[in-house]
Design a binder for this molecule. Structure first.
Ligand SMILES: C[S@@+](CC[C@H](N)C(=O)[O-])C[C@H]1O[C@@H](n2cnc3c(N)ncnc32)[C@H](O)[C@@H]1O
Length: 338
């Protein structure tokens, strides 16, 4: 059975919002005590029911993430997707990868000989360009924000980095990083599980390089984030989407996610930032790789560059501009203090 702490708020919510379904909840609670022994059909039915509930619960509880997280924990338990299961075949790299079967974004290195995901994050042309542009990372201390599945971490190690501190908030992504660390024998990386914004707010040491790839557009305070990066590293590598009214308006896939703008200020710089809300289906997907909040603010490209100049970066180079990217216009940049 789900723990009373978790079950009570869920039942309360169901009673107040979906009185017709409380009977189903009791059935599911009873089933959950034996969920690991369900027939696949029963488990599929249960999963669909829970997923439907989760969508409504999440939109209702958007302002109460703790309850939503509890609901998720219940769902995971009800669906029998706990990590406490056994592998009965001989040990293999594929067994470790399959703990998160169907959830990998990255194509893991060929030498592992495993089935994983489609994206070339372990051999990313953007990072090859950026490392060349900042003069490499050999012997350097690097801070990596949002490693996802450790693809860039793997590239940093191959490039001779002295040490990488990589901070990941998504617990599934964090565990995938640990699997990669074990399978590829990464020696120079420590993965920390937590929110890198909180880390940056408290941090008082500097790094040679900070990698902020695929994260700026997930920030609720992107300008403050750039200011913090400016206090943290002598060189930055940033891959990000950016706001461009015309390009976003033309992109039907993302245009509807944007609503409203705000004035941001940080460290003596100010600019307009543009609010996007993640679609509910995206956040409920186990492979979600976005931010910790239901929304974020995007910056315009010119403002990102101007803010970095304001925060003390003298040499800024851009590359890989993809105005028509399906997820919104994006580009890569490096910024160096000297
Ligand atoms: C789009 S992925 C980018 C992954 C990789 N850096 C890349 O460029 O391919 C964003 C990653 O940042 C993580 N992330 C987002 N916000 C975070 C935060 N505040 N603290 C730590 N990790 C965060 C997400 O969980 C996800 O793994």
């Amino acid at each position: 059975m789900p723990a009373p702490l978790i079950q009570a708020p869920l039942e309360g919510f169901m009673r107040s919002r979906c009185p017709k379904q409380t009977g189903d909840l009791r059935v599911i609670s009873a089933w959950s005590s034996d969920s690991l022994h369900m027939t696949p059909r029963a488990r599929g039915l249960l999963k669909r029911l829970v997923e439907g509930w989760l969508l409504s619960i999440r939109s209702e509880l958007r302002t109460q993430p703790t309850d939503a997280e509890r609901a998720l924990a219940v769902a995971a338990e009800l669906c029998g997707e706990k990590l406490s299961r056994f592998v009965t075949s001989a040990p293999s790299a594929q067994n470790a990868v399959d703990i998160f079967s169907g959830e990998w974004s990255s194509k893991l290195p060929d030498e592992l000989n495993v089935h994983s995901g489609p994206f070339l994050l372990f051999d990313d042309p953007r990072l090859h360009w950026a490392l060349g542009a900042i003069g490499g990372v050999r012997g350097k201390e690097v801070l990596e924000l949002g490693p996802l599945e450790a693809g860039h971490t793997y590239m940093l190690e191959a490039a001779g980095v002295k040490h990488v501190t990589a901070i990941e908030a998504n617990v599934r992504a964090f565990l995938k990083c640990l699997i990669v660390k074990e399978l590829t024998k990464l020696q120079a990386a420590d993965f920390l599980c937590g929110n890198f914004v909180e880390f940056l707010e408290q941090n008082n040491r500097t790094y040679d390089v900070a990698l902020a790839c695929g994260v700026l557009y997930h920030m609720t305070e992107p300008l403050r984030f750039l200011e913090l990066l400016g206090k943290t590293a002598d060189a930055l590598v940033i891959f990000t989407h950016y706001y461009d009214e015309e390009l976003i308006r033309r992109n039907q896939r993302v245009a509807g996610f944007f609503q409203g703008a705000a004035q941001a200020r940080a460290g003596g710089f100010s600019c307009t930032v543009y609010r996007q809300t993640y679609p509910g289906e995206a956040r409920s997907c186990v492979a979600f790789s976005g931010g910790t909040q239901p929304f974020s603010y995007w910056m315009q490209k010119a403002d990102i560059i101007a803010a970095l100049e304001h925060f003390g970066f003298r040499r800024i180079e851009t590359s890989h501009d993809e105005p028509e990217h399906q997820n919104g216009p994006g580009f890569s940049l490096i910024a160096c203090r000297s």
